[in-house]
Design a protein around this ligand. Structure first.
Ligand code: GRF
Length: 212
């Protein structure tokens, strides 16, 4: 299978983007990030892309309808021949039009164990706050395919992280982040080697080619 072309959408610091770029450089992922798109020119993710010699573009939603904004994103992804769209801290909810276009080819990472603590409004520290307020003893992160149902697409990988007695939203986020940095590249690597098969809500992880 040829190397896949990855397009990343990010609004923030881009530590997940960095982990994915590094995994591509190490050839842990049989693919490369060809474009990083942000809705904000301040996103440090753009700087990370430039430092890695990757095309970095801001497509601002300002003064545009949602449809116009997403058409521009879609055009750029097509222009770069992107096979897989990776949402890495992208703070906007996409319309079903773009999601359908990349059905089974768009992933997201969420900093909790879905289906708990997901959906609209559940982003950033709101997620960790809600986990702590509920009194959960365990949280974690989830990589999933994107569907029109926010945070509701088929789950690819999950990993738990223990909640500690004196955790704050920040301290919990700080322990989940490194797990994300391992899990997201792993999920993308499985995709790139053709080992993910979506069957309804389930994602089957196929054995390695040549393996059992
Ligand atoms: C991560 O916690 C991810 O789970 C969520 O947004 C955050 C992005 O962090 N979707 P970063 O920009 O990759 O550091």
């Amino acid at each position: 299978m040829p190397k896949i072309k990855i397009g990343v959408l990010a609004s923030g610091g881009g530590t997940n983007l960095q982990a994915i770029m590094d995994a591509c450089d190490r050839e842990d992922i049989d693919g490369s990030v060809v474009v990083v798109i942000s809705d904000s020119s301040d996103a440090y993710a753009l700087e990370r892309a430039r430092k890695g010699d990757i095309r970095a573009e801001t497509i601002s939603p300002k003064g545009r309808t949602r449809d116009e904004h997403e058409k521009l994103i879609s055009n750029l992804l097509s222009e770069e021949g992107v096979d897989l769209v990776v949402l890495a801290g992208y703070m906007r909810i996409l319309t079903p039009w773009l999601i359908d276009k990349y059905a089974g080819r768009m992933m997201n990472i969420h900093p909790a164990l879905l289906p708990s603590f997901g959906g609209e409004g559940m982003f950033g520290e709101h997620v960790h706050e809600a986990v702590l307020n509920y009194g959960c003893k365990v949280s974690g992160c989830t990589v999933h395919f994107v569907s029109a149902d926010v945070d509701g697409g088929p789950i690819i990988l999950q990993e738990p992280v223990q909640v500690l007695e004196d955790d704050t939203p920040d301290s919990l986020a700080d322990r989940i982040h490194p797990v994300e940095h391992r899990l997201y590249p792993m999920a993308i690597s499985l995709y790139a080697s053709g080992r993910l098969k979506i069957e309804g809500r389930r994602v089957r992880i196929l054995p390695e080619r040549g393996g059992t």
